[in-house]
Design a protein around this ligand. Structure first.
Ligand code: MTE
Ligand code: HPA
Ligand code: MOS
Length: 782
């Protein structure tokens, strides 16, 4: 039974999800006496906090406790990497929505009402809200010597001497995670100062050690448990800490369980988003569009503190080559400090933003030279398996030329491109666009030491297996994939294996379930544990049968020796009676990787995940409104452990990327207050935005590296496939303008921005003719 043959299984909790019977943190039965918390927020984006008047909060009905910065019992720092962020603002306010205090009351309504009664005395300062302004001021969230610069064969002269030299600027916006389940934590005091936390987090160990510090307790006195989370998308990699810390401080103070669940509007303003980026490029190219030299600048809007911004900026800097070999290049990165919530991990982790820049440069080159952007892309792709990325890692597993060619053929790109041109020639008001873009995404945590995972398998006397590992289930299908790995290793059907709720008491010092590496790390660790158990059971079987241990086979829920066989459960019972341990721990550390944290040179990634997508769109040239007509994806997940789950991730990743690039617009007013705080104004893609023609195919080859089942990570890379939709919109804009000019289409490409891009052309642009004609028609019908 290969992994492949029994692969496309449903998510282990799919049935419970659709029946509403899969409990999340907020659904846990409440212990008697549970208090509910609410947070008091700053309305000012930048200022000096001169004092808080919380008398009315404390006197409000039902209130049991009120806490602010002074009430934090231990270390108030909750920044995951740098000590630049605290549970509550102490003397300086850094963004509108920052937490100033919290209250616990008998009911949630009482707590939320009481939280509105706090008064802050603040001396206002001018907020910095714009990444450009922060960049000009050289205001960064980390020290200057940590800023990334990578040069590879770089020469300004080569750039200047190129036959064509182009430059451009591209902006991309913030993105709210919009996990269906918001940030939530339940803190339950235990005996002798211990604390149990149910948290909606991708990172139980981070919550555990942060809370230990905040409460002034040893790490072992805190247990964090996560059964499942209702989506994280990176927003719960570090940013669950504040919610959990507030619940835990209040619980320690009152001695009662405390639940804090942020209302959606508070979640919007309190927690960070995807980093907006300001992106600049200069490239020199030849007449065929081959890039001879490239100079990139990527500036991230980090918000007020570092959080994971430096790693995110590193991933952006590592992904400015995307699929292209750039032998003469330079990239510089700037982590800009603004008076906004601290921006954080979001699916892709800076990779999408870096990739967008080189794709924009390619588009400009193609338009300047009058070439099909796909031809320019193909000419610049990594070739063979010996070329190196700018940070010197060899692209050993390169499949880009074959993959792109195959999708070009399967999607009938050239024919459709002609059909789009023919349609556009006969259509004044609606213009279509089409684009194919490739993706190369590096797999591993940016920080080398995070690339480790642990597991603990318990086998019970009926032969069922409980798998504990360090990963969290957020809907991505990690648990079913790890269960499949364990089942395959022990020759069991998957229904004999269950993954247990994640707990820091079972697996210590885990990394976040992030960087798409959940299955890579925890799958390998669980396999390691299963192999240890199998070896032990094989030893027993050999002893009982007199056969050799190498000849024992585990298959179909049975254990077969040449001379006799047992059901797995029978052999397990024999092992129990023989007093053999029926638990095993497993561990995995990703081999071969390592890069210099300052120069960034080395091998940060074990391998790359590849993909490509063709998107076709239609644009209304009068309103800028647009519609996605067709998507064709060819994506590389290696030898898939579970194609059903992987295809779901590819579809979901594409659509989430589509939201980032087209509809999800996050605005701030001049005072730094967020304009959109809910779904009425902030538009994530809905079912109706998914085109009827949406084809996903998997690349048929296994991973060349020895990953779990030779599979590849799938969580984040597909998000970047949506760049094809943005490029298709630019193609439609170019047709609408018809002036052969370059197109700057900032993201999100809302109707307003599409219209602006159409109107950015010279005076003779067709859209203006159309407008004039419509005007005349109107007059004539009056
Ligand atoms: N899929 C679902 N349904 N929900 C999520 O929150 N997070 C994404 C991706 N897919 C997410 C998801 C992100 S940001 C990452 S890093 C990976 O899943 C994490 O899980 P994995 O490493 O197990 O793939
Ligand atoms: N992805 C997600 N989280 C991380 C990473 C990464 O590459 N590096 C450190 N934390
Ligand atoms: Mo994903 S952004 O690495 O949690």
């Amino acid at each position: 039974m290969s992994l492949k043959s029994r692969a496309a299984l449903a998510h282990d909790a799919a049935r419970l999800h659709v029946q509403g019977r899969a409990p999340y943190a907020d659904d846990l039965p409440e212990i008697d006496g549970t208090l509910h918390a609410a947070v008091g927020l700053s309305e000012v984006a930048h200022g000096r906090l001169r004092g808080l008047d919380l008398a009315a909060v404390a006197a409000a009905p039902g209130v049991a406790a009120v806490i602010d910065a002074k009430a934090v019992p231990g270390d108030p720092n909750i920044g995951p990497v740098f000590h630049d962020e605290q549970v509550f603002a102490a003397d300086r306010i850094e963004y509108a929505g920052q937490a100033l205090f919290a209250v616990a009351a008998a009911t949630q309504a009482q707590a939320r009402r009481a939280a509105l009664l706090g008064k802050a005395k603040v001396t206002k300062l001018k907020p910095v809200l714009d990444v450009e302004e922060a960049l000009a001021k050289k205001s960064y969230v980390v020290a200057d010597e940590l800023l990334p610069v990578i040069e590879n064969g770089w020469s300004e002269e080569t750039l200047r001497a190129a036959p064509h030299v182009l430059s451009g600027r591209q902006l991309c916006g913030a993105q709210e995670h919009f996990y269906l389940e918001g940030q939530v934590a339940v803190a339950q005091p235990q005996e002798d100062g211990r604390m149990l936390i149910h948290s909606s987090t991708q990172n139980p160990s981070e919550i555990q050690h942060t809370l230990a510090a905040v409460l002034g307790r040893p790490i072992s006195a805190i247990e964090v448990r996560v059964r499942r989370i209702g989506g994280g998308f990176g927003g719960k990699e570090t940013q669950g800490c504040q919610t959990a810390a507030i619940a835990a401080i209040l619980a320690q103070r009152t001695g009662r369980p405390v639940k804090l669940r942020l209302p959606r509007a508070v979640d919007f303003v309190l927690t960070g988003k995807r980093h907006p980026f300001l992106l600049d490029y200069r490239v020199g190219c030849d007449d065929e569009g081959r890039i001879l030299a490239a100079d990139f600048m990527v500036a991230a809007d980090c918000g007020f503190s570092a959080d994971l911004s430096l790693s995110i900026l590193d991933r952006a800097v590592y992904h400015v080559d995307n699929a292209y070999h750039l032998p003469c290049m330079r990239v510089r990165g700037f982590p800009c400090k603004t008076n906004k919530a601290s921006n954080t991990a979001f699916r892709g982790f800076g990779g999408p933003q870096g990739t967008l820049l080189v794709e924009r440069a390619i588009e400009d080159v193609a338009r300047r030279l009058g070439l099909d952007p796909l031809d320019v892309r193909r000419r610049n792709l990594y070739q063979g398996r010996q070329q190196r990325a700018h940070y010197r890692q060899k692209v050993r597993d390169n499949i880009l030329p074959e993959l792109v060619e195959r999708l070009e053929r399967d999607s009938r790109y050239r024919k459709r491109k002609e059909a789009v041109a023919a349609f556009n020639a006969g259509s004044e008001l609606v213009k279509k666009g089409i684009a194919l873009t490739p993706v190369k995404f590096g797999i591993c945590f940016m920080v080398t030491f995070l690339n480790q995972g642990g597991a603990l398998l318990n086998v019970y006397r009926d032969g069922t297996v409980a798998c504990n590992h360090g990963g969290t289930e957020m809907g991505q299908g990690l648990f079913i994939k790890v269960a499949q790995v364990v089942a395959k290793t022990l020759g069991l059907s998957v229904d004999r294996v269950s993954c247990e709720a994640t707990s820091t008491a079972k697996i210590p010092n885990t990394s976040a379930t992030a960087a798409s590496s959940g299955t890579d790390l925890n799958g390998k660790a669980a396999e390691d544990a299963a192999l240890r158990l199998r070896e032990r059971l094989a030893g027993l079987a050999a002893e009982l049968s007199g056969d050799r241990a190498e000849d024992i086979v585990f298959r179909d829920n049975r254990v077969r020796a040449p001379s006799r066989s047992w059901s797995f459960a029978e052999l397990v019972e024999r092992a129990y009676l023989a007093r053999l341990p029926l638990a095993a721990a497993g561990f995995y550390r990703t081999p071969k990787i390592g890069s210099d944290p300052l120069t960034r040179i080395g091998r940060p990634y074990l391998y790359y995940a590849y993909g490509a997508a063709v998107s076709e769109v239609a644009v209304d040239v009068l309103t800028g409104e647009h519609r996605l007509l067709q998507v064709d994806i060819l994506h590389d997940v290696g030898d898939s452990i579970n194609p059903a789950v992987d295809i779901g991730q590819i579809e979901g990743g594409y659509v989430q990327g589509l939201g980032w690039l087209t509809t999800e617009e996050m605005g701030w007013d001049a005072e730094g207050r967020m304009l959109a705080t809910g779904p009425a104004v902030y538009k994530i893609p809905a079912a109706g935005d998914v085109p009827a023609k949406f084809t996903v195919r998997l690349w048929p080859e296994a991973n060349r590296e020895d990953t779990i089942g030779r599979s590849k990570a799938v969580g984040e890379p597909p998000l970047l496939l949506a760049i094809s939709a943005w490029a298709a919109l630019a193609d439609a804009v170019a047709s609408a303008r018809g002036d052969g000019g370059m197109v700057r289409l900032d993201a999100p490409a809302t109707p307003e921005r599409v219209l602006t891009a159409i109107n950015a052309s010279a005076a003779e642009a067709p859209v203006q003719k159309v407008r004039a004609k419509r005007g005349r028609e109107r007059q004539m019908t009056k």
